[in-house]
Design a binder for this molecule. Sequence first.
Ligand code: GLA
Length: 420
Amino acid sequence: MHNKTLLHNYSYRFIYLMMLISGIVSSNVNAQTSSCNQNKQDSLFMSLAPTPPMGWNSWNKFGCNVSEKLILEMADAMVSSGMKQSGYQYIVIDDCWQTGRDEQGNIIADTLHFPHGIKYLADEIHKRGLKLGIYSCAGSLTCQGRPGSRGYQFQDARQYAQWGIDYLKYDWCSNEGQKAEAAYKTMSDALKACGRPIVFSICEWGENQAWKWGKGIGHLWRVTPDIRDCYQCKFDWGGLGVLNIIDVMADLYPYAGPGHWNDAEMLEIGNGGMSHDEYVTHFSMWAMLAAPLMAGNDLRSMDQETKEILTNKEVIDIDQDKLGEQARRFIDMGDHQIWAKPLSNGEIAVCFLNRSDREWNLNYDWKKHTMYFATDINIYKKEYMIRDLWQHKTIGTTNHSTIHVIPGHGVLMVKLSPKH
Ligand code: GLA
């Protein structure tokens, strides 16, 4: 019996040895180790954007006119304006920083406009306590005809990591009929393997419904064509105004959450195309929608009104709430809408959106409508304090109707906190 067991053990070891030599066992071990690494990489990646990313992007205001000088001045302005202190951290160079590839296929930055190279820029940005983002495209060419990353995804990701890049916006021009999910997954895999945490911003304009597959591949995904600096407008070639984007976002709340966000597009606040009330609406609704807050104006020359909008900490806190819920439109009366966003610690943000040109004489009885989706909010049983997040003051409690005149195209944005 004993001998039989020994024999059995020896034959087992022999088979194991043969398997080792032939590579069957070792490849299994490798596969286990790499799937372990894969899990680690995935969970690190997933943790990179627990709240919607905040920063500044060059495109809306400067288009192709990007340079080292501009980017550094913008970083300085982000610090001196108080934006950094309000939570903004990414400075993103959009299209046109790249001019070609060298013989080894390495991407080359425009040496005229970025004389010290991208690594220098990243170091300078990091010295200011900020992070640097860059732009590329899943196609062979970017939207401005610069070299894209198709066929170079891993090489580019390694290069970004060497430079010290923290954020990649990845566009969808010249995509040459690729499958979007696969194309974005390739770059996502490359970023996960590049050895540096890099936030991944998917920019396929909602054409392939990235919200359905983007979680785990990227941290944010555009849901529309490009924003235009207008309140309500729609261009044949794809530009959309603020209200038009809000309407697309309305149904997408199930897809947002910590680590993965519906990207309502970069902000136009301060670019001059809308009124003050419209810009307040733009910022309020982006915060309600838990959208990334990427300023798109010239931070060096902001007027006081623009600065006050972009640095309204009470509104930013709604956007950045750690529960990561996107607001729902729970009452839609056409021109007049009421949006609500449950917050952590039993609070709730409510935004009365006046889409019409005329004033809305609001007289709102809190007991009349149930916020049916927010189970722990009970306006019948509890009394809530109501804080106006633009006037920065308490304006009553939910035991009394709220009476307020909301300007045309404006909002009343409040936070309800249980009264103790
Ligand atoms: C596309 C994107 C924009 C911008 C430009 C740059 O239109 O949607 O946000 O990045 O390309 O060319």
